[in-house]
Design a protein around this ligand. Structure first.
Ligand SMILES: [Zn+2]
Length: 402
């Protein structure tokens, strides 16, 4: 199962032989989704939903130190001895093949893979489970991306450059979100997840309004996915600041629960079945710049990608509105907040934007996307973002990036 190198995973719904005038609509979602405080302690109780009696656990060494004890105790409570495979840090083909080989060599008939961690560990876990042909259980320890609920993974090079995707016939069998783990994690992750979640509304809207737009799974977006994407961003706008404060205190409250659900479930279904376009194309371009990919999270790059998308779509008022919220919550609003400079990094940035413009994700925009108009949109977004930050202040950003 080789990764495509064009950013776009193979659509799950093939449109071959289907009437292009009236393409089908479709929606996929994880089979089970459970969210609440301290659920990881009781993981064993939820495994019958898969069902699974011989799971392998895929987790980073740091994750194992932090969460291993309660995770394995939760399994032992139902007489399951979890076997651990360490995630070595990058969602790359070499790591995926290594982990799949290591689990195969144990000659244990694993009947599920429980991936525990951040977006890259979860995405790599989906790829490993697909190779072993077993269901995947997803336990996010942060709410920084919408990776948990989808049936696809973004593949990176060993150096961390986004270069392709894999899609799977099955969505995760179970997504179990322990909201206390997320409240215990640094707030910057939750805020980055809000960047990814905000983009979901605008990307899905563009795909829905453009008759040629297609969801990530193939086919036209359903009105259900469109409504979920809308609710996703609205939840972040309404509850984002309160959720970040609760996260700061390490407390789970209703606002934090709602934003975790928006970042994880709503954003996951919204992007996969609603469609992805310029915000993610631009974010993937940023991963080509070493300073950006080494220092910023996916959702932070998506936030700047979203501002660029809104400029590209000639919605400067919406761009300013989103930029104000980003400044209030601490998401990047301009290039300097991704350690980039339009003048000093000009040639590399223009090359990155040319890559963004050429990705198939841009086919969902209802007009021709070129390196020139993408670059011009980035510069306009940078200007709008700087104005928003000047008005709101950059205290929130500085607090997260101290
Ligand atoms: Zn994303």
């Amino acid at each position: 199962m080789a990764a495509n190198t064009d950013f776009s995973p193979k659509p799950i719904f093939s449109l071959a032989g289907v009437d292009r005038q009236m393409p089908p609509t479709g929606l996929i979602a994880p089979a089970r989704y459970v969210q609440g405080p301290d659920l990881l302690d009781h993981l064993g109780r939820f495994l019958p939903l898969v069902p699974s009696a011989r799971p392998a656990v895929y987790i980073s060494a740091g994750g194992l130190r932090r969460h291993g004890e309660k995770l394995l105790a939760g399994l032992r409570a139902i007489q399951i001895e979890g076997q651990v495979e360490i995630f070595e840090g990058e969602c790359s083909i070499s790591e995926i093949e290594r982990a799949a080989g290591s689990l195969r060599a144990r000659n244990t008939p694993f009947d599920s893979l429980i991936a525990v961690g951040g977006g890259k560990c979860l995405d790599a876990g989906k790829c490993v489970a697909a190779r072993l042909e077993i269901p995947v259980v997803i336990c996010p320890t942060i709410a920084s991306t919408d990776a948990p609920c989808s049936a696809l993974s973004v593949i990176y090079t060993d150096e961390g450059i986004a270069h392709g995707g894999e899609s799977f016939p099955d969505s995760p069998a179970l997504v179990l979100v322990d909201s206390q783990l997320i409240a215990d994690a640094p707030v910057r992750y939750l805020v980055a997840g809000m960047g990814d979640a905000l983009a979901t509304r605008y990307e899905a809207r563009t795909c829905y309004r453009n008759p040629a737009g297609r969801a990530v799974i193939g086919g036209r977006p359903t009105i259900a996915a469109q409504a979920i994407a809308e609710l996703c961003a609205q939840t972040v706008f309404d509850d984002g600041l309160a959720a970040a404060e609760a996260n700061d205190r390490g407390e789970v409250d209703p606002a934090l629960e709602r934003v975790i659900e928006a970042n994880t479930l709503l954003s996951g279904i919204g992007f996969e079945s609603g469609g992805v376009t310029a915000a993610h194309a631009v974010a993937m371009g940023f991963t080509r710049l070493p300073v950006a990919r080494a220092n910023y999270l996916h959702g932070e790059m998506v936030a700047m990608g979203l501002l660029t998308q809104l400029a590209l779509e000639q919605s400067p008022d919406e761009c300013a509105q989103v930029a104000r919220f980003c400044a209030e919550v601490g998401l990047p609003t301009h290039l300097a907040q991704l350690s980039l400079d339009a003048a000093a990094d000009g040639p590399a940035l223009q090359e990155a934007m040319a890559h963004s413009a050429a990705t198939p994700l841009m086919d969902n925009e209802p007009f021709d996307v070129t390196p020139e108009n993408t670059w011009a949109a980035l510069l306009q977004a940078d200007e709008i973002g700087r104005a928003a930050t000047a008005a709101v202040g950059d205290q929130a950003y500085r607090r997260l990036h101290a």
